[in-house]
Design a protein around this ligand. Structure first.
Ligand SMILES: CC(C)(COP(=O)(O)OP(=O)(O)OC[C@H]1O[C@@H](n2cnc3c(N)ncnc32)[C@H](O)[C@@H]1OP(=O)(O)O)[C@@H](O)C(=O)NCCC(=O)NCCS
Length: 194
């Protein structure tokens, strides 16, 4: 990838506006909204992190994100409701592999706002940004076995199942298997034109 595309996007993460949502930088003002869902056991069940034990943990994470924005590194957009600006989750690129021109997507949605297609809307916009603005050739999702809501979302976005790596990650004291899902630029532009 031409690293100018990466710098252009991440040096000042732009807002992305969709029908019902605004994807924007996260700031201190989102502390309570983020804590409200990050403390829920169920939210990080299939993720690397554990439920936030107190609001200071959430504050620390927001400080980390703000630093990443300042450094111009790829990181999450905050997903907020357009009408109220309430932060209901995050979505973004967990990593970008410039050499191979691919990225890994990640997303988290507050349980209070599930089943309404919000993350489908947000992730679709992030995928579009990846292919359109970054010119990526491939976007991957690594989904722990059992996370059927995430698999369903990936498939709805046009990602294809590619295989499962057995006991490939040691997370929270256990070996976990995860599946690769991916969408290529070719898949994406065929879908968009079809
Ligand atoms: C993965 C996760 C984001 C999915 O949340 P979600 O709300 O089910 O996802 P979507 O935004 O795609 O919503 C789709 C659902 O909304 C429904 N829906 C309602 N209105 C809709 C609309 N206007 N448009 C689209 N879907 C709509 C769909 O029918 C679908 O429901 P179904 O799954 O029962 O068929 C959520 O479970 C989560 O945050 N999990 C914890 C974090 C995590 O594991 N992240 C993944 C790491 S790999």
């Amino acid at each position: 990838m031409d690293d100018r595309k990466y710098r252009r996007l991440f040096s000042d993460l732009p807002n992305i506006v969709t029908n019902r949502l605004i994807l924007r930088k996260i700031s201190e003002k989102d502390l309570y909204d983020m804590y409200a869902y990050s403390r829920e056991e169920e939210v990080s069940r299939y993720l690397m992190w554990s439920p936030h034990l107190n609001i200071e943990e959430t504050r620390g994470h927001i400080e980390y994100l703000v630093k990443e924005y300042r450094k111009g590194r790829c990181t999450d957009w905050g997903v907020a409701l357009k009408e109220t600006d309430e932060l209901i989750g995050t979505c973004g690129f967990a990593s970008v592999d410039m050499r191979n021109n691919k990225a890994e997507i990640g997303y988290v949605l507050s349980p209070l706002h599930r089943g309404k297609g919000y993350m489908r809307e947000a992730a679709r916009a992030v995928v579009h940004t990846g292919f359109d603005k970054l010119g990526l050739n491939r976007i991957e999702a690594r989904i722990l076995v059992g996370n059927t809501a995430s698999e369903r979302l990936a498939e709805n976005l046009g990602f294809k199942y590619e295989g499962t790596l057995r006991n490939a990650l040691y997370i929270k004291g256990e070996y976990k298997s995860f599946s690769y899902y991916a969408i290529t630029a070719e898949d994406y532009f065929n879908l968009s034109n079809g």
